[in-house]
Design a protein around this ligand. Structure first.
Ligand SMILES: NC(=O)c1ccc[n+]([C@@H]2O[C@H](COP(=O)([O-])OP(=O)(O)OC[C@H]3O[C@@H](n4cnc5c(N)ncnc54)[C@H](OP(=O)(O)O)[C@@H]3O)[C@@H](O)[C@H]2O)c1
Length: 246
């Protein structure tokens, strides 16, 4: 897939991996639109990256999604690339019963349901023959971190959804990519950037790998420490589970 001349919507594109990808794709000559819930983060992103288009939208809210779709249809009708990137990550302790789960119901809505509904709504708008959907899942979709049980499960769901979507959309010529990053240290996923460890990647490294992967039409883009997991045996995945869950 070519990596210039596209019209791209990146959900959650004002920070972290989404913003790194917005920077990279803008530099390569793509029209980039980002969305997110916090207006000030969208404004900051636009200041850092002139030419960026921003739309305030909570993708887990159906009315917001409808407005986003109307704006895309009217102002960016040549859209040919959707990056399902927005996501949140929560600690949920099931020994407390429903307590944590009820406080964090939006995790399933944002990380999975919204991506599915947004994909379904944007597919009919993708009229160009070189169109694609890029789903940002996670190494934790292959090897769950038990303290983030719903996060890991939504990412496993995004992996499964990517396989089915790729199969269905083949007849329409729409490619479906899945990006599988390891822990990324310089994003807001954990509230603020975390201390860098040797097995982690930066958001710029993820953006570079995404561009390189879509250019090569590699549909599953494993990155850094997550890369071996996308082709690992069940035995190796179980071993990795033991290593990351003590
Ligand atoms: N960081 C990692 O270690 C890592 C590893 C593997 C995969 N990933 C995945 O990479 C993706 C990007 O995460 P990140 O690490 O770059 O974290 P981030 O900096 O927190 O980026 C997430 C973005 O999503 C937006 N967002 C959250 N909920 C939203 C909603 N309901 N509607 C619209 N936008 C929403 C946030 O902006 P607002 O709050 O303003 O809406 C934020 O800009 C996520 O899917 C994450 O699961 C991250």
């Amino acid at each position: 897939m070519k990596t210039n001349g596209n019209t791209v919507l990146i959900t959650g594109g004002a920070t972290g991996i989404g913003f790194a990808l917005a920077q990279k794709l803008s530099k390569l000559g793509n029209k980039v639109i980002i969305c997110g819930r916090r207006e000030h983060k969208l404004n900051e992103a636009r200041e850092k990256l002139p030419g960026l288009h921003t739309i305030r939208c909570d993708i887990s809210n159906a009315a917001d999604r409808k407005k986003l779709l109307e704006k895309i249809s009217s102002d960016f009708s040549d859209i040919n690339l959707l990056v399902n990137n927005a996501g949140i990550q929560r600690n949920i302790d099931f020994t407390k019963g429903l307590e944590d789960l009820e406080k964090n119901e939006d995790e399933i809505d944002i990380n999975f349901k919204a991506q599915v509904y947004l994909s379904a709504s944007i597919i009919p708008l993708m009229k160009r023959k070189d169109s694609a959907i890029i789903n940002i899942s996670s190494g934790l979709g292959f090897v769950p971190l038990a303290s983030f049980p719903m996060y890991s499960a939504t990412k496993a769901a995004m992996h499964s959804f990517s396989l089915s979507l790729r199969h269905q959309l083949k007849q329409k010529g729409i490619r479906v990519f899945e990006v599988v990053p390891p822990t990324v240290y310089d994003t807001e996923l954990k509230g603020k950037p975390i201390e860098k460890a040797e097995w982690m990647s930066s958001s710029a490294e993820v953006a570079d790998a995404v561009v390189e992967g879509i250019e090569a039409d590699r549909y599953e883009i494993g990155i850094g420490a997550s890369k071996p997991w996308i082709t690992a045996s069940r035995e190796d995945l179980d071993k990795a589970f033991g290593n990351i869950n003590h």
